[in-house]
Structure formats: structure tokens, C-alpha cells
Write a protein that binds this ligand. Structure first.
Ligand code: BGC
Length: 378
């Protein structure tokens, strides 16, 4: 009896095998999550994509956030592998850590929130110490996206960011499509156009814990990152502009390594980040081979990341501290209880002429693709 109740209250709604024939009657997502309402005069709802293996992902158009992502573990039990909240109110909290959100107009930091484009200086919101982070106070993570298409497998969202919003130039029209495939892949396609030159760096800020969202620290996960170099930072987490080889440093994940192995090593870069919070320079980003793979020895779940982006921010959840009491199911998410692999252009690119450009001009189309693929170890 206890077991039945425990199953009923999970976001995943029971074992994967129960769901293949659509017998997921334990609880519906709308009963599990209180994510419905009106924000800024626009309707907010929760959308669920499902595949033939019983995997499912719930996404809200508030910030385009991935609220739950349920994939089978090695026993076939559905496991929710992303952190998040049960209610819309919690997602609207000031200072929440961008759980599952679409990030824009510029993911990651821009030094002092300043840059110059076509000879004109721009000032962005200062929302992270002396810098701007993740698009400012009301970036795309806090906007209600329009739902262009919603079916069992895809959710297409769009958002028009006005000229001057958050300090950025140009009206930017953004379109993001989430797709859940029968190969247990969550595919994200980002597209955008602008009417005036601007800077852009879109990503998703899912916090993964492959032990389950309510699992222990991710320091027991194995991680591989196909990057021979990373971008070292200053004390405010702004890149110095150098591309530093990872060889011989705690940043070497070119062979899979347990995250906890070096995370507390005596290293200035790790001290600045309070753990890993760095952009890795990917050796390839042709979308053919995984740029990163992470796996949990507990559940046997592993995740491969594919991207067309040149970088990935590996953030080891160092700023989670258990203060947030309203995680899904009443969980207080503790220090390092999740990791992010945010595919992206490099931080502060608008001020770093040697980094790949993040400028988007009128008439150009921005298009990037990232896939998170879930597998189980035999
Ligand atoms: C940043 C972290 C930050 C986190 C947001 C990551 O992308 O690199 O420094 O704390 O987002 O909560």
C-alpha cells in the first residue's frame, strides 16, 4: 500500500512499463503540478510530450521550462532526472536558479553588462554582482512564450523580445522547438531573427541529477567532456580571454572521470567557481558525436549531449544550498544536487574579439541544435 502511494506522488507516475499502453492513470501531470494561470496577461500551462518507451517530459510555456523529465532506469522504472518546482508561483520567485529554463537573450555572463556594437555602447541589467547573467532581471526564463504547436511529441514556443528589452538592441523573434523522440532523445532547436544587429546566446538551464531529482549529490556521476581546452575566469566568473589546456588540471574530462574526484582540489579556478562553473571549448560540434556524456552508477541512467554550439558550461550546482524548500515533492535541493551542461557560445563573447562571434545581424538567421539523449547501462 505504501508503495502504491509513493508511486502515485512522483512526477513520473509509476514504472515505465505501465505507461507504454497509456495506462498512466495514477495521476495526471496537471494534478501533480500546479502550473496553470495568467502571467503578464498571457496564459501559462503545462505540456507533456511522451514517447513509446513511456519516457515523458513536461514543459511549461512560462520561461519554456522543463518541469520534469522522466526516463527509464536500468530496471525500467521511470526516474525524474531534472530539478524543478511543483507550482508556477515557485518558478516566479525572485532569485530562483533558472530551473529548466530557456535562457536568453544572452546565456551566461557579459562583463559589467556592457558591450559595444557597430560603435554604439549598450548597458544591460546588472543582476550578478558586477555583471549581467542569463539575460538580466527578466530574461527569457521569466517570459510567457506563445505556443505555436503542441502535440504528443513536440512543443513549439515563440517569443518576441522588443528592441531595448533588458538593454539589448533590436527586436528579436525567437522560436524554440522541443521534441521527444522514441530513441529517448530530447531535441531542442533554437531559431531567431532580428531587425537590427544584436548579440544572442540561447541555451537551456536544465539541472540534471541522474540519480533522480531527489537523489544525492551528483559528485558520484561519471563525466566525459570532449574538450581539450576551457576558458579560465576571473573572480567574477568572466573569461580572461585565454583558452587553457585541460591536460594536467582538474578540468580534464577527456576520459570519463567521477565528478567528485577533483572538485575540491586546491585550484584557483575551482575556488572562483566554488566547484565547476566553467565553459569548455568543444573539440568538435558537428552534432555527430556526443560532446559530453554523464552517467549515474546508482540508476544506470546516462545522458549524451550533442550540439552545434562551440562551448558547454559545466556547472556543478555549487550555489544550490538547501535554502529553497519547495523543490518538487517538498524537496530542499542541496549543494551540488544537480549539474548543468549548458550548450552555448562562450561567456562575454561581445567583449572578447578572439571568441566565436555572438552577433546576429538583420537578415541573418540564428539556428542552433542541442540534443540530450538518455540511455541505460547494461
Ligand atoms: C552559471 C552559474 C550560476 C547559475 C545560475 C550558471 O549558468 O554559470 O554561475 O550560478 O547558472 O543559477
Amino acid at each position: 500500500m505504501t508503495l502504491v502511494i509513493a508511486t502515485a506522488i512522483t512526477a513520473c507516475g509509476g514504472p515505465a512499463k505501465q505507461q507504454t499502453d497509456n495506462t498512466d492513470t495514477t495521476r495526471t501531470d496537471s494534478a501533480t503540478f500546479d502550473i496553470k494561470g495568467n502571467v503578464d496577461g498571457k496564459a501559462v500551462s503545462l505540456y507533456t510530450l511522451k514517447n513509446s518507451n513511456g519516457a515523458k517530459v513536461a514543459i511549461t510555456n512560462y520561461g519554456g521550462r522543463i518541469v520534469s523529465l522522466c526516463v527509464p532506469d536500468r530496471e525500467g522504472k521511470l526516474t525524474d532526472v531534472v530539478l524543478g518546482y511543483d507550482s508556477l508561483k515557485s518558478y516566479q520567485k525572485k532569485g530562483e536558479p533558472y530551473f529548466g529554463a530557456l535562457i536568453g537573450r544572452y546565456g551566461n555572463r557579459i562583463a559589467k553588462g556592457k558591450f559595444t556594437l557597430d560603435g554604439k555602447p549598450y548597458q544591460l541589467d546588472i543582476n550578478d554582482g558586477v555583471n549581467t547573467l542569463h539575460g538580466g532581471f527578466k530574461g527569457f526564463f521569466a517570459r510567457v512564450w506563445d505556443v505555436k504547436k503542441a502535440d504528443n511529441k513536440t512543443l513549439e514556443l515563440s517569443y518576441v523580445s522588443k528592441d531595448g528589452e533588458g538593454g539589448y538592441p533590436g527586436t528579436l523573434t525567437v522560436d524554440v522547438t522541443y521534441e521527444l523522440t522514441d530513441e529517448n532523445e530530447l531535441k531542442i532547436a533554437y531559431k531567431a531573427t532580428t531587425d537590427k544587429a544584436t548579440v544572442i546566446n540561447l541555451t537551456n538551464h536544465a539541472y540534471f541529477n541522474l540519480n533522480g531529482h531527489n537523489g544525492a549529490e551528483i559528485t558520484n556521476h561519471q563525466l566525459y567532456i570532449a574538450a581539450d581546452r576551457f576558458t579560465p575566469v576571473d573572480s567574477t566568473l568572466i573569461p580572461t580571454g585565454k583558452l587553457q589546456p585541460v591536460k594536467g588540471t582538474p578540468f580534464d574530462f577527456t576520459s570519463a572521470k567521477v565528478i567528485g574526484h577533483d572538485i575540491d582540489a586546491d585550484d584557483q579556478q575551482l575556488k572562483y567557481g566554488k566547484g565547476y562553473d566553467h565553459n569548455f571549448v568543444l573539440n568538435q560540434h558537428d552534432f555527430e558525436k556526443p560532446v559530453a556524456t554523464v552517467s549515474s552508477p546508482e540508476t544506470g541512467i546516462s545522458m549524451e549531449v550533442y550540439t552545434t554550439e562551440p562551448g558547454v558550461q559545466f556547472y556543478s550546482g555549487n550555489f544550490l544550498n538547501g535554502a529553497d524548500q519547495d523543490g518538487k515533492g517538498g524537496i530542499a535541493y542541496k549543494h551540488r544536487s544537480a549539474l548543468c551542461l549548458e550548450t552555448q557560445h562562450f561567456p562575454d563573447s561581445p567583449n572578447q574579439p578572439t571568441f566565436p562571434t555572438t552577433t546576429l545581424k538583420a537578415g541573418q538567421e540564428y539556428k542552433t541544435y542541442t540534443t540530450y539523449k538518455f540511455l541505460v547501462a547494461k
